[in-house]
Design a protein around this ligand. Structure first.
Ligand SMILES: Cc1ncc(COP(=O)(O)O)c(C=O)c1O
Length: 381
């Protein structure tokens, strides 16, 4: 599959540059068609037949196998979830931690991880995302390291296997920004989350949770799927493997869509993403920009240090003066701001909530975007 063929799979790319797969990636036409066909079948054939239910269970097993293969673990070590947040909550609830226990995490984690960490009741120790700082923060009370493989703030890659080896502690890895952007091998890690709707370009409500040893965690949030047998008082015998942690039946059409999305990923996508991120980094560095994105990183777009002070504020003011749905820059200064904005996912996220009610604000016409990027030397025409 060529690059142009891959691009052509996604209708949104005909009109827009899609810079933001970290919250939700684009859906391909084939993914949507497969989802629609599955919904249509359920409408026409009914939803409750034994045959359909059998197919649903078969697809769930197939998707466990596919996600397991994607991150290098056994199918029995993965549960289907709705999100990374789901996975973090399942692990934290099942570890039964209390105020005498400590969890070491970093300053740059997403609430999808630190929310469940905080809710666990353990004491939370927050340190800079520096491997030595993380190891130094460990005490005899530490029960868990909880951190991202790729930080959503800067794209920094944390050496999760090394941290596990150095501390010997259970580790919960937030894989929301890594699975789909870099090759992931979750072997040797205790817990690893997958978000299907981000870099895998799957539908919302899909994801996975690796639990290396399903017996090591209590099934603290059982669903009907968790048990193979239960008593009238609710006592139950958990299912085999990590599937016991599955919190609910994912809409079947979403799993059908995820299957198509995974099958469509071109074999060269990791290499190309890494090369493009590197190119952007080089060009920005050559242009004298101060980059916060470290050398050891994944494929999030490079970020400029300048966001920390003026750029965010400037761009925000720019946005406010645009009462229509377009963020189209009127002059060079605005263009520079817009460029920075694209490369500053941090600013992007901060403003996302503020601007949510302006339909279309996320999208800027592709030709105009390219013009700006070309003018600033980020891409060549
Ligand atoms: C690092 C990180 N963790 C967790 C999440 C939340 O992911 P999900 O929506 O799959 O729970 C995100 C979402 O952007 C993220 O960037």
């Amino acid at each position: 599959m060529t690059f142009d063929e891959a691009r052509a799979l996604f209708p949104v790319l005909e009109r827009y540059a899609y810079f933001q797969a970290g919250s939700v990636g684009p859906l391909s036409r084939a993914t949507l068609d497969a989802m629609a066909a599955d919904e249509e079948a359920s409408v026409v054939e009914g939803r409750g037949s034994a045959a359909r239910f059998e197919r649903i269970l078969e697809l769930r097993q197939e998707m466990r196998e596919q996600l397991a293969q994607l991150v290098g673990v056994e199918p029995g070590q993965i549960a289907l979830t709705a999100s990374t947040t789901d996975g973090c909550n399942i692990v934290l609830a099942g570890l039964d931690l209390g105020p005498d226990d400590e969890i070491v995490t970093t300053t740059d984690e997403h609430f999808g991880l630190v929310g469940p960490v905080h809710a666990s009741g353990a004491r939370v120790v927050v340190v800079d995302p520096d491997p030595d700082r993380i190891v130094d923060a460990v005490t005899p009370r530490t029960r868990l390291l909880a951190l991202s493989h790729v930080l959503w703030t800067t794209g920094q890659l944390l050496p999760v296997h090394d941290l596990k080896a150095r501390t010997g502690l259970p580790i919960l890895v937030d894989g929301a920004q890594s699975v789909g952007t870099i090759p992931v091998d979750a072997r040797g890690l205790d817990f690893y989350t997958v978000s299907g709707q981000k870099w895998l370009c799957g539908p919302e409500g899909t994801g996975g949770l690796v639990v290396a040893d399903p017996h090591a965690v209590r099934v603290a949030r059982p669903s009907y799927l968790s048990q193979q047998r239960h008593e009238p008082d609710g006592a139950f015998e958990p299912r085999e493997g990590a599937a016991r942690f599955e919190p609910n039946l994912t809409p079947n059409s979403a799993l059908v869509g995820l299957r198509v999305a995974l099958a469509q990923a071109p074999p060269w996508h990791f290499e190309r993403a890494a090369a493009m991120a590197e190119r952007l980094r080089e060009l920005l560095a050559e242009a004298g920009q101060d980059l916060v994105t470290p050398e050891e990183r994944a494929t999030l777009p490079p970020k400029l240090a300048v966001w920390r002070d003026k750029a965010t504020e400037e761009f925000w003011n720019t946005c406010r003066t645009h009462t229509d749905t377009s963020l189209w820059p009127a002059d060079a200064r605005e263009a520079q701001n817009l460029l920075d904005f694209f490369l500053l996912e941090k600013a992007f996220y901060e403003m996302e909530y503020e601007l949510m009610n302006r339909p279309g604000w996320l999208h800027v016409p592709l030709d105009g975007t390219l013009r700006i990027l070309t003018r600033h030397g980020v891409v060549t025409a």
